[in-house]
Design a protein around this ligand. Sequence first.
Ligand code: PLP
Length: 427
Amino acid sequence: MTTNKSKELFERAQRSIPGGVNSPVRAFKSVGGTPLFMERGKGAYMYDADGNQYIDYINSWGPMILGHAYEPVIKAIQEKAMLSTSFGAPTELEIEMAELIKSMAPNVDMVRMVSSGTEACMSALRLARGYTGRNKFIKFEGCYHGHADAFLVKAGSGVATFNIQTIPGVTAGVSMDTLTAPYNDLPSVEKLVAENKGEIAAIIIEPVAGNMGCIIPLSGYMEGLRAICDREGIVFIFDEVMTGFRLAAGGAQERLGINADLVTYGKVIGGGMPVGAFGGKKEIMQHISPLGNVYQAGTLSGNPIAMIAGYTMLKTLKDNPGIYKELDDKTATLHKGLDEILGKGDVPYVINRMGSMISVHFSDKPVNDFAAAASADNARFNLFFHAMLDQGIYLPPSAFETWFISKALSAADIEQTIEAARKALQA
Ligand SMILES: *Cc1c(COP(=O)(O)O)cnc(C)c1O
């Protein structure tokens, strides 16, 4: 497999784009080597500039849940584009999108569309603050909620991948109101709440974490957080940018059976176009402008091309609930296969999985929080990543990311992946 064209493109990109990429994790910096430049994708596969084929386990970090170039979405975009790509005035499609989201997501009476997961989380936090009249909020170590200033404290994903401790450009004043606790540790949240009585606007969490590898909430943890929020008048925000419309039609709320006060969406909701959303109970959402005084806006929010892509994606998922079982089964097959291969070796490992999110940590103890994920043998992960890539298996280029399974992945693809893992571990 040659990747000369990608190498040339990376050289060229670095002269005009910082680090050669428009989002840090794409740069392969932590795993080493040259990032591959992609040209096209179809179903479970993508093809780089040199024409190499890869089985894709990133799927655009989630949106390609039905595989690349899913025809109904592509067709809908083409048809809509002929009618103009933007108006800056409301359209009926935005109502249909909102109604569709409400019909799938629990506890969403009203929803506001934005253009990214970052925007969704940033706006939900502002709303929670405006609604409660409080400033502080709690997030969890290793959880990523986009790159808005307030969230860049112990954020996972790229921030963890590059081991950035404090972020230049984020003022101490902003970070001061961000309180952090380890994931899956209820007593530490109780302690923060007691120390900041009546001052906490929100608790925001990835209900199944995907930005430190995949990490599952332990039994009783979410229930405990819910109870604290109820007791203290704290807005409970589920960041479902990754889990929304992926773990179930109703996301993690449905899958875990926990009610959130506000929910944020991104990734799958846009069907591959730049879309985010936040929604929740009317009592809270009515504080958003122009209905209320908490300001939030966007020139391209509810953009017709983005909306038709997202609408078509969500409608497909809603009308075919069997997709979720299929995704679960495929991921379980991969899990079982990897277990058999890894179990034969002498390298300690942990596989975490829920629905179509799965990841491997090379660790000799359970990985239930960021500290455990960070203390795993991530140098070994990087070797594993490259050994897989050389065999045409495209995993996320960091141990601090979950893998995303798509419906397009076939039994043969999974078999090929498991065989590649066997060879990768012998290397
Ligand atoms: C990806 C992600 C975000 C940020 O979304 P963008 O669209 O990249 O701005 C926020 N929260 C979670 C949980 C994510 O995985």
